[in-house]
Design a protein around this ligand. Structure first.
Ligand code: HAM
Length: 420
């Protein structure tokens, strides 16, 4: 070990587990790519004000969890705690919404940073793959996104996840509910911090995990009873579309989410094998966010799935992804001359599109064959002085154990044929 370790709340991705992370990112991205979502990449940091306004001044994310910094030039920046505000900012900046093709459908993948108390499944640096559909109010779009996330998880073999669904109302009906809830909450026996929360973000109080708080919330006014007709109809349509698609969900009135920009549809994917940090992904509609960050009215919807927690969910379900070995051919030279010749062969194979690796460092046959085994290569090429004198290499099929001499000039063609 060196003098240094990964900072608290972070961890390194190293082989072989890192391959699973790549595969998970790919599995989440594939259905998006196939559904018209274009790839977007934004900086790892943004103006701190973007998140303050976008995610919400009163959220834990903004008040407690942001990594903020002042640059030498005096700019106030924050490492991105989430992707939605950045993606919308970038779409507006590039005028993607003016290209006459709404919704603007985008997907992204990257690192996010939150100064949280680290525990299993909760890190200070984590990875998300997300999708945003900007500029259209249509329940089909909400349904599409939920169905695509469901499809991604299923393609990975995950089964023990559930979809929680709720509607948070819109800028017309939610404020009325908010006030009714505040009036109710103010009469309860609650601690100082929770009392402050009633005034800033009363819906979050519903999310309080403590039993003594939950007990007092039994008779709290229900958002469902305050939804306007348009929000109700919208939500019923989303529900009907999911049902028609055969995607099961649970109505969860308590689902509020930790970001302030949500309106109407909100949802979370929870996995039952993960303990406290059970949310593997989440999202919803954010019809007002564009205006909150100075843009035009652009009703939008999206989600982000946590890659770290998805990998933990796979492990919890005992799922091993069928990850093909990357190396197909492993070359083992015996002697100086063979090193030069076989390295040339390997270079040629690689240029022909065959994944090949090489026993570096001039090891003996036994050690090199161990490496060949570990690499998972289907074939090895072994050559010593006598082989070279005859202009051949020994091609060994690692599955059957069969070995044959192949002329040097035909190795690439032979392997291309055998590897199909
Ligand atoms: P979020 O629910 O804050 O939503 O994060 C989405 C997912 O990221 C979570 O479900 C979880 O899997 C993962 N995640 C969040 N924080 C951590 C952490 N500290 N450690 C490990 N994993 C974590 C958003 O970020 C929204 N931007 C989603 C969205 C997109 N809404 C609309 N569009």
């Amino acid at each position: 070990m060196s003098t240094f370790q990964a900072p608290k709340g972070t961890y390194d991705l190293t082989p072989p587990r890192s391959a699973t992370f790549l595969a998970v990112r790919e599995a989440i991205a594939a259905p998006l790519r196939d559904s018209g979502y274009g790839y977007i990449e934004t900086p790892g940091f943004e103006n701190v004000e973007l998140f303050a306004r976008g995610v919400g001044e009163s959220t834990d994310i903004v008040t407690k969890e942001m990594y903020t910094l002042t640059t030498r030039g005096g700019d106030q920046l924050a490492l991105r705690p989430e992707g939605t505000a950045s993606v919308l900012r970038a779409a507006l900046e590039a005028n993607l919404h003016k290209a006459g093709n709404l919704p603007v459908k985008l997907w992204y993948s990257g690192s996010y940073y939150r100064y949280e108390r680290p525990q299993a499944g909760r890190y200070r640096h984590f990875s998300q793959v997300g999708a945003e559909a900007i500029g259209t109010e249509d329940p089909v779009l909400d349904a599409e996104l939920i169905i695509l996330a469901d499809q991604a998880y299923r393609s990975l073999g995950l089964r023990q996840f559930r979809i929680l669904l709720n509607s948070l109302g819109d800028k017309g009906c939610r404020p009325v509910y908010r006030e009714a809830l505040q009036t109710f909450l103010r009469d309860l026996d609650l601690d100082e911090e929770t009392r402050r929360r009633i005034e800033i973000n009363p819906l979050r109080v519903l999310d309080d995990k403590r039993a003594d708080v939950q007990k007092q919330l039994t008779d709290a006014p229900k958002l469902r009873d305050y939804l306007c007709d348009a929000c109700k109809a919208y939500h019923e349509e989303v529900r009907a579309l999911l049902t028609a698609a055969g995607v099961a969900f649970e109505d969860d009135e308590k689902l509020v989410r930790g970001l302030d920009y949500y309106t109407r549809t909100t949802f979370e994917f929870v996995h039952d094998g993960l303990g406290a940090q059970s949310a593997v992904g989440g999202g919803g509609r954010y019809d007002g966010l564009s205006e909150m960050i100075g843009g035009p009215e652009l009703p939008s919807v999206g989600w982000a799935l946590g890659v770290d927690r998805t990998v933990l969910a796979l492990e919890a379900e005992g799922i091993e992804l069928d990850l093909p070995y990357t190396t197909s051919v492993y070359a083992v030279p015996l002697g100086e001359e063979a090193r030069r010749v076989l390295f040339g062969v390997v270079t040629g194979l690689r240029r022909a599109g065959i994944a090949a690796d090489f026993a570096f460092g001039g090891r003996g046959l036994k050690g090199a064959m161990k490496s060949a085994n570990r690499s998972g290569a289907r074939y090895t090429l072994v050559a010593g002085e006598r082989d070279l004198a005859e202009g051949v290499v020994q091609l060994k099929d690692m599955e059957s154990g069969e070995q044959s001499a192949v002329p040097l000039t035909e190795v690439a063609a032979e392997l291309t044929k055998r590897l199909g």
